[in-house]
Design a binder for this molecule. Structure first.
Ligand code: DAT
Ligand code: MG
Length: 153
């Protein structure tokens, strides 16, 4: 089977509040990606600062911090061929009003500060971010029989 990687996805407070959890998880599954970790979590101040460490000094950080701690998020560990890149593609550009048609952010959002979904932006950040949200035994290396019809050998 082709080499696979993992990425950390968050369904942000706006997605949870708007009842979009199932819809977005379906899109991830339908693409052929495999969910290997899944939980509902309330992000606190410390986790917000660690997750968005690259942005703590940006002018938009106070608003970002308020938003991401305002309501629960769904954290997903997602696995597949080029999972980091594929999830960034299907999420779309950071600003939903500029995201390509058909992407999750374009389909469900309009505001950069409420842009529905987070996806790790590199293999390195994926490894760091997965460790923020999941203990090793919360990521399950399960065998999916449908992979025979999704991933070329
Ligand atoms: P992405 O989430 O596409 O990786 P990012 O890492 O540059 O984007 O920024 C993290 C989040 O911060 C982003 O999802 C929404 C928020 N954000 C980024 N730029 C912003 C801006 N100019 N104004 C308000 N919020 C912003
Ligand atoms: Mg980012």
């Amino acid at each position: 089977m082709a080499a696979q990687s993992r990425t950390l996805i968050l369904l942000k407070p706006d997605a949870v509040q708007r009842g979009l959890i199932g819809t977005i998880i379906s899109l991830i599954e339908q693409r052929g990606l495999k969910i290997v970790g899944l939980k509902l979590i309330q992000i606190d101040d410390a986790l917000a600062r660690r997750h968005y460490a690259a942005h703590v000094d940006k002018p938009f950080f106070p608003g970002l911090h308020k938003f991401i701690t305002s309501s629960p998020v769904v954290a997903l560990a997602v696995q597949g061929v080029n999972a980091v890149e594929v999830m960034r593609q299907i999420a779309g550009a950071t600003d939903p009003s500029k995201a390509a048609p058909g992407t999750i952010r374009a389909n469900f959002g309009l505001s950069i500060g409420m842009n529905i979904i987070h996806g790790s932006d590199s293999a390195e950040s994926a490894a760091q971010e997965l460790a923020l949200y999941f203990r090793p035994n919360e990521i399950i290396d399960w065998q999916r029989d449908a992979d025979a019809w999704i991933i070329e050998t």
